[in-house]
Design a protein around this ligand. Sequence first.
Ligand code: NAD
Length: 309
Amino acid sequence: MKIAIIGIGSVGSAVATAVKNTGLVHEIVLFDRDGVRARAAAEDLGHAATFGFDVKITAVNNYRGIRGSDIVIISAGANQKPGQTRTDLLQNNADVIRDIVPKVMANVDPKRVILILVTNPLDVMVMLAQSLSKLPPSRVIGTGTMLDSARLRTILSRQLSVSPQSVHSYVLGEHGDSSVIDWSSVTVGGLSLDDFCRQTKNPLTAATRSTIEYRVHNAAYEIIRGRGATWDGIGAAVADLLRSIVNDEHRILTVSTVNGTGSHVLAMSLPRVVGENGVIATLNPKMSAAEVNALRRSGRIIQKNFSHL
Ligand code: NAD
């Protein structure tokens, strides 16, 4: 399995590290328009690889070097500076995707390649990449709210004093400020959230829920304030997504892919079954009327941003 990563900044490097540590790929090629940066990253990662799985890691000077890649991960583009929203990156990063996707597509097998999008604003970039690549929507996958769902899971598990592995909870919609916490579908050890709280005599008050919502929605802003950017969480999320694809695991992940046609086309995160052919199925989770309305609003925001391109 050969994979290519385009854009070797903080996120691309973290993705390369996390993917290397899965042991699932034999070759990783790195491309960045800043060739010096990509070569330095390949050197450093190559040294790291001697301590773990035998993975060949090289930097390439042009897109011919990505030939033979089964999966291409796009993590190039501007990141948020303190105080910026993801939507503030729209025009700049749309130009980056317009530059990259045609060059990628000229050097991969369109019948089998899978594109993984990480660049923000994520959902709009998925829509743009899918339309430029002309690949089936099932093979143009954005990490979407995987990270937001992981943040929710972590915060909830600490609040409930159980392992995150026993909590199933989803953040849906835009990977951005309008994302929606689907409280209605949360289960803990197979119980609904309310039943779990009742049985453990650990009630989750409305105030606590709104604090959790605030922390999930603001997690990236807090991390960016503290360390300038976010990279470890998204690196792990991409590796997790890659694992489900490479091993054909059929895991249910909140990734973003394009659904619909014409003026109804939209990419946003819903729980989706992911395997070797990409997204295999999309689920409609249990939601309250208020959550459905919030999800629709989130979809309208993504479509509006896409219409500005
Ligand atoms: P960074 O500035 O550290 O690195 C970006 C890299 O992209 C740079 O090395 C730059 O040279 C390269 N690049 C820019 N334009 C390019 C082009 N046309 N071709 C090839 N390379 C190009 O930024 P970062 O912190 O690594 O973030 C990268 C992207 O990932 C941002 O858009 C950020 O918002 C996004 N991100 C997404 C998530 C998520 O959950 N989806 C999480 C964190 C960051």
